[in-house]
Design a protein around this ligand. Structure first.
Ligand code: HEC
Length: 318
């Protein structure tokens, strides 16, 4: 009798055609294995911070500058607060004009907070005819604060580029929309005057955004250009083990060179190096892998970079 193994004795292939779901029972152990292998591959290649062996150095909250808007410097003339805090027909007319141009799109023509542009906002634009739930308040001095500073995190931005008199005119107009608005006492007005130097007037200087300042700084750093090129070149041409290491930790050699030439503290040791690069990781040409190097790898990397710096005399000129 023939004793040859034939799979069809054990597995009824025809049966699969009749009942394809059974095929799944056969394939599924392999499928699970495949999922596990792919999953492990994925997990081990995650570039996530929780795998870091080097502690990421966090900057204190107040050292991270938020982007500040560009502003043209201006001279604000001093005003007589007592005088302009009394609404005149002229001021209300001026305020109405300004309101229509700047505010009605959100706050609505009658100040009911029902403007088209405000429909999708959360929180909704304030309804000036309802005195409930104001954040700064409806007094002249309170609305001044709103116009000077905006309400951070909402659609209500600052309108501090309008002149003092224009802002008072706006507020008088808004008050004219309110059935019964709270009035400022004399001391409220004095405090307002003092807080914002309204009668003195003030000079605001030009202001540029942080990113623009950085571009400018880079331009000024121009005299380091050759050094950056030399170091980039060095990083590109080095061979052997160190080259493999560099490939792991540097995604953009030119940027890394900029970071190293301008860096002020990384020379002081591996901790200082990590501190200097970790807050801007990725943007500075170094990859997050740098934060996961072993102590030995980190030391090797650091002494190579330190060597290169000494050889090329890379200290920044600034
Ligand atoms: C893009 C839409 C938008 C525009 C334009 C706008 N606002 Fe507002 N405004 C808002 C929103 C939204 C709020 C509500 C903020 C909140 O509840 O925190 C608000 C709130 C206010 C408040 C109440 C602040 C408080 O104490 O609660 C005043 C006053 C105000 N706006 C005045 C103005 C004036 C004056 C203008 C025009 C110069 C103007 N707004 C233009 C969206 C806008």
């Amino acid at each position: 009798m023939e004793n040859k193994f034939r799979p069809e004795d054990e597995i009824n292939y025809k049966d699969f055609l009749k009942n394809p779901l059974r095929l799944f029972a056969v394939v599924y152990p392999y499928l699970i294995m495949l999922i596990i292998v792919v999953g492990m591959y994925w997990v081990f290649n995650l570039d996530n911070a929780y795998l870091n062996t080097q502690q990421k150095q966090l900057l204190a909250r107040d050292t991270v500058a938020p982007e500040i808007p560009m502003q043209k410097g201006a001279m604000m003339e001093g005003v007589n607060v007592k005088e302009i805090s009394v609404p005149s027909a002229e001021m209300i007319a001026k305020g109405a004009e300004l309101y229509k141009a700047n505010c009605s799109s959100c706050h609505g023509n009658e100040g009911k907070g029902d403007g088209i542009a405000g429909a999708g906002l959360n929180p909704k634009p304030r309804n000036f005819t309802d005195l409930q739930g104001w954040k700064n308040g409806a007094q002249l001095s309170h609305m001044w604060k709103t116009l000077e500073e905006g309400i951070p995190g909402t659609g209500m931005v600052a309108y501090n580029y309008l002149t003092v008199v224009d802002r008072f005119a706006l507020i008088h107009y808004m008050h004219s929309l309110m059935p019964d608005f709270p009035k400022d006492s004399d001391s409220d007005l004095e405090a307002l005057d003092l807080a914002y130097s309204l009668s003195e007037g003030k000079v605001t200087s030009n202001q540029i955004s942080v990113s623009m300042a950085m571009t400018k700084m880079n331009e000024e750093y121009g005299n380091n250009k050759t050094k950056i090129e030399q170091l980039t070149n060095e990083l590109n041409t080095v061979e052997g083990e160190i080259a493999t290491l560099l490939d792991k930790v540097i995604s953009n050699k030119e940027r890394a060179s900029v970071t190293l030439v301008h860096g002020k503290i990384w020379q002081n040791g591996t901790d200082a190096f990590i501190q200097e690069i970790s807050s801007t990781i990725n943007d500075n040409g170094f990859t997050p892998t740098t934060l996961r190097l072993t102590k030995d790898e980190l030391t090797t990397l650091h002494s190579f970079l330190l060597n290169a710096r000494n050889r090329l005399n890379l200290q920044s000129q600034s």
